[in-house]
Design a protein around this ligand. Structure first.
Ligand code: ZN
Length: 133
C-alpha cells in the first residue's frame, strides 16, 4: 500500500459543496462523474499533491445516503493507492481484514476499487484503489 490516493467526503448537495470547495481550494473540481452502480455522483478536487472526492447519493439506497442518515455529512472513507489490488486484497484477507467486495469493481476516476469493512479497521472505511491502465 502506498500513499493516500484521496479522501472521500459525503455531502448532501454536490452542487453547493462544489461551490464551497472551489472557494476553499481556489479552483474548480477537475472531474465530475456519476457512478450509477454505486448510486453516487462524485467530484474531484486537487490541493497540491492531494485529492479530495466529494460524494452525493443519487438514490435513497445509496451507501452515501445511508451514511449521511446515520452520521451526517463528513469524512466517509480514506483511499490508499495500490499497485496490484488482487494481491493486496489477498494479503489483507490473510491478515484478518474483511473486504466488502471480493471482486475489485470499477470506481470513479478510472480506478479499480475494493472497500475494507470498517468493523475490521477501527471504524474507518478504507478503500484500496488501483489505477486502470
Ligand atoms: Zn473514493
Amino acid at each position: 500500500m502506498h500513499k493516500i490516493e484521496h479522501i472521500g467526503i459525503a455531502v448532501k448537495d454536490l452542487a453547493s459543496a462544489n461551490e464551497l470547495y472551489t472557494k476553499l481550494f481556489g479552483q474548480a473540481p477537475y472531474k465530475i462523474e456519476e457512478v450509477a452502480s454505486e448510486g453516487v455522483k462524485t467530484s474531484f478536487f486537487k490541493s497540491g499533491p492531494n485529492k479530495i472526492e466529494l460524494l452525493e447519493a443519487t438514490n435513497a439506497d445509496s451507501p452515501i445516503a445511508k451514511f449521511i442518515e446515520k452520521r451526517g455529512e463528513g469524512i466517509h472513507h480514506i483511499a490508499f493507492e495500490v499497485t496490484n489490488i488482487v494481491t493486496e486484497v489477498d494479503r489483507l484477507k490473510s491478515n484478518g481484514f474483511i473486504v466488502l467486495n471480493e471482486q475489485p469493481k470499477k470506481g470513479a476516476d478510472n480506478k479499480l476499487i475494493v472497500f475494507l469493512h470498517p468493523k475490521s479497521t477501527n471504524g474507518v472505511l478504507i478503500e484500496l484503489c488501483q489505477e486502470i491502465s
